[in-house]
Design a protein around this ligand. Sequence first.
Ligand SMILES: C[S@@+](CC[C@H](N)C(=O)[O-])C[C@H]1O[C@@H](n2cnc3c(N)ncnc32)[C@H](O)[C@@H]1O
Length: 229
Amino acid sequence: MRFWIGNGINKNKQMVEHLQHYGVISSMKVAEVMETIDRALFVPDGASAYVDSPLAIGYNATISAPHMHATCLQLLEQNLQPGMHALDVGSGTGYLTACFAIMVGPQGRAVGVEHIPELVASSIKNIEKSAAAPLLKEGSLSVHAGDGRQGWPECAPYDAIHVGAAAPEIPQALLDQLKPGGRMVIPVGNMFQDLKVVDKNMDGSISIRSETSVRYVPLTSRDAQLRGY
Ligand SMILES: C[S@@+](CC[C@H](N)C(=O)[O-])C[C@H]1O[C@@H](n2cnc3c(N)ncnc32)[C@H](O)[C@@H]1O
């Protein structure tokens, strides 16, 4: 699905206004953070940054479409309050990790985990050019190379977990690292995928609902991804 094509869209602010116009963004806070973090800093040189489409970033990976980033930010908004901890699994370009860092602020913690070391390195360069650079420097934002299916236990438990690649099933390590009251947004499935909203209740029980049908690259091993899955 795509809400608009690129004609005439050449500004980050206009992209956000389109997302508001089509009802994808209803939250002022999500609009603000997506205006603050310019998507153009996270896409390959020469790519159409503000088109509502995923874009190839190499290594058989993509930066997700703006409407998917907006949808996930909206679903996680209550769990991205100042001071909270957020984990972005499959952080790719670092775009969403940077948005999380702005939302949780300097007293919070935003962690990206990506299994392609070259993407980790380029995501750090992207973030350094963005409004989230001071948070990276101060250490409330970090990006690490690793298998995101294991989460990132050092900064757990998390109020918010986002998974940017489709898992055949929800990894147990991620459920374990979710705080009671925390929320995970994760695409689940193979050919047909649903974006699942996973809430850990205060008694530790789990509630799961499907938000929408989606199409993501798989959450897999690095070797399988580099072979083309
Ligand atoms: C849709 S892409 C990037 C999403 C990211 N939100 C963005 O927009 O830049 C999904 C990412 O998940 C990564 N990935 C896939 N399996 C992974 C795993 N097991 N551990 C960590 N990262 C993984 C891929 O390398 C890819 O960068």
